[in-house]
Design a protein around this ligand. Structure first.
Ligand code: 5GP
Length: 195
């Protein structure tokens, strides 16, 4: 069986990653599955353990990290919480021919790339900082301090977007998902799947 591949999607908070990912999972031309990350942050209203994240205590997360259970894990910049990708989910999925999608931050993505896993790296770009700021403000869910911090983190992430294989400006969800589907189909056609 042809092995699958790791696909990474990153982008600043507020760019619309989760909406894109949700739609992409329904429309993907390759057998795409989402890797559910572990985190030490508390669940938000509406989030389910094991579906949105695996919610772990600080102690349990550290234990898993020390046992080498994460493919990558980071104390995500500006958040103060740990996030990590389970190694077995990814390696088992890829060996079963699945394309495993990681929605992770830039530092985590670069760690996976550096480790020689040949991820297909996609960065969702807001277009401009003004657009991103408008989106964050329109969510009405963040304090001024939180918006300021998210914008600072975003600036840092965008400055590293050139390290990705593809940078897509997320103008509309439909268009972005269509572009990612093209990228996945082309990568599959090229037959350049890497374990
Ligand atoms: P949130 O707490 O808003 O769901 O996510 C915060 C940030 O953590 C996002 O940028 C998200 O992409 C990133 N993130 C989520 N899971 C992981 C992971 O497993 N590893 C890394 N490095 N970042 C993650």
């Amino acid at each position: 069986m042809k092995p699958g591949r790791i696909v990474v999607i990153s982008g600043p908070s507020g760019v619309g990653k989760s909406t894109v990912v949700k739609q992409l999972l329904n429309q993907s031309p390759v057998p795409l599955v989402l890797s559910v990350s572990s985190t030490t942050r508390q669940p938000r209203p509406g989030e389910t353990d094991g579906v949105d994240y695996i919610f772990l205590t600080d102690e349990r997360f550290a234990e898993n990290r020390d046992h080498g259970e994460f493919l990558e894990c980071k104390e995500v910049f500006g958040r103060g919480y740990w996030y990590g990708t389970a190694k077995t989910t990814v390696t088992t999925g890829v060996s079963e021919g699945k394309w495993v999608l990681l929605e992770i931050d830039v530092e985590g993505a670069l760690a996976v790339q550096k480790d020689g896993h040949f991820p297909l790296m996609i960065f969702l770009h807001p277009g401009s900082m003004e657009v991103l700021e408008d989106r964050l403000r329109n969510r009405n869910s963040d304090s001024e301090e939180s918006i300021r911090r998210r914008l600072e983190v975003a600036r840092n992430e965008i400055s590293k977007s050139h390290l990705y294989d593809h940078v897509i400006e997320n103008k509309t969800v439909g268009e972005t998902v269509w572009q990612i589907c093209q990228i996945l189909a082309d990568a599959d056609k090229d037959g350049d799947a890497h374990a």
